[in-house]
Design a protein around this ligand. Sequence first.
Ligand code: ADP
Length: 646
Amino acid sequence: MSDDGPRPGGGAPGPSALVAQDFAAKDFADGELERLLLAAQDDLTLLCAEDTTILYASPSSVGLLGYKPEEAIGRSFTEFIHPDDLAMLAAEWERYLELSDKDPVQFRARRRDGSCGWYEAHASRVDDPRLPGCSCINMREVEHLRLLHARIAEAEARAKIGSWRWIMKGGEPEWTASMYRILGYEPSDKPFDLEWALNLTHPDDRDAFRDCLLDCLENPKSFTVPTRKLASDGEYRHIIQHCYVERDLNGDVVALIGICQDVTAQAEAEAALRKSESEYRMLADEASDVILRVNASGCCTFASPACKSTLGYSPQEITGKAILRFVEPSDHAALNYVYQNALKGTEAQRVTFHGAHKYGHTVWLEAGVRAIMDEAGKLSELIIVARDITERRQYEEGLRHARERAEAANLTKSKFLANMSHELRTPLNAVIGFSDIMREEMFGPVGSDQYSEYVQLIHESGQYLLELINDILDMSKIEAGKYELFLEDIDLSGMIESCLRIVETRARTNGVTLEWSTEDGLPDVPADERALKQIFLNLLSNAIKFSEDGGKVSVTAKTLGESVFVRVNDTGCGIPAHAIPRLAKPFEQAMTNASQAQTGTGLGLALVKSFVELHGGKFAIESVEGEGTTVTFTLPLAGAFHKKSA
Ligand code: ADP
């Protein structure tokens, strides 16, 4: 033993350390050294005859398959192979044995305890004339390796990761199965082809990718490039490629490695987000309402451009400031209340307040305030959408004033009419009463015929005036909703008859014939007698007034469902179609015949319509100019009428 000999392992030699010079294989009995080495290795070495009978099994067979060598020897190697893998092995075995450069084959083998495991074997023909047809098989367990690969593959699949490796010296890039998988291709269907792989890159990304690769070859360094690659379904996938340089121990570049991740989902989500963000921004930019985002401290983080036209401030002038600076102090409390309410729910809270305009005046704003909460349920921000309602407010104010003025004027009118009624009717009654006494010559003869005629005229004029005043009063009471109906059961036939009697003389004077007919057993109608009488008298007077000599006026009444249907028809001058819609409104006249119209006031039809409607009935006018007019109305038999006008 020499102290200056080579020391494998570099450590200090122990007392029994053996150096190369001392080692002599011949010291071992024939084959003993080989046996020693075989016994020490983990891999199982088998020597099989041409018919697969095991001639030799290394001692590691106990650890690997559970069989002692002597138990394995003499049995066929195929007995240990899992039946599902046997056919595959048998078909390839002979060819495989002859291959010079080969990868190990993987298969499942049965252990002595009945369990199965994955093994990898390297086998070749034994080149020794003493062992004709024999093969040597070197087997090792790869269970843990397969498991590891399966886990890596699963992780890659989950993360949508694939990879490729490009050996620099003359090699072509190699795609892993996972690389095929992220693009939906099958490695078996598509043997790798560089041209094909490059063409999968989206035309718009090809140049950038190629430039990165070329750059890297010239000046080796890692890079990351986003590309779109065509998948088997015809759609492009967004693939981020991280490329690394692999160097050997001398630092020379051996290969390029690409780790590719499919980020289509993220890319699409980001694109959708960008799109919706730009759409929302466009909406906010275009909206005439002011859109504000306010953080939990009450500071504005975003203001839409509409704030310029509404409050006079640009978005930049508002952003970053406390939002209450732009609200009149008198409304701070109201806004705070809304803010508290907004915190309680997801509903937008509505509030109207005064905004402080940059130029000193106030602006009426109507706003929706919504609180956005974070995951912990705390206020993240407030979204406020505010609208300038100053004009609307001013309009509403104007309307309110106008309504108040109109109501006041109406009250004054009612009071005036009530007073006028008293003031005019009292002297009129005296005029009518005394002229009547004089007409009747109750206290002795008037003396002169001329006086008698004048007294008659005074009496008629007084009557006319009283009727007119009564009509005006009735109309204003109806309009003020103060006309009260006193309902009683009215015999309609009797009412028609008595009204016809009143207008009979006038009809005769005008040369107009009166006709009437009512249904047998016509029921009594609940109605206000005075109003009903006025309805008939007004309609009959018009019918007679607007009829020529020789004309005819007819009245019919019958039940129709739950009502009584009344029709007053004449063969008079009629009403032009265009004038019909405006009739039955106070003081409206058709002006068909100026001289006839002058004798009226335009209140008659308006009163008729109002009285009918007060009873809950319906009123209609039909007329053909030159042929005549028909006025119809209904009166409910029960229930549907109002006792008082609304
Ligand atoms: P007036 O006191 O003027 O008759 P009304 O309200 O009774 O007021 O009628 C309004 C107008 O309707 C009349 O001036 C007339 O032009 C038209 N009118 C009403 N009834 C008839 C009718 N039977 N035939 C033709 N025109 C009519």
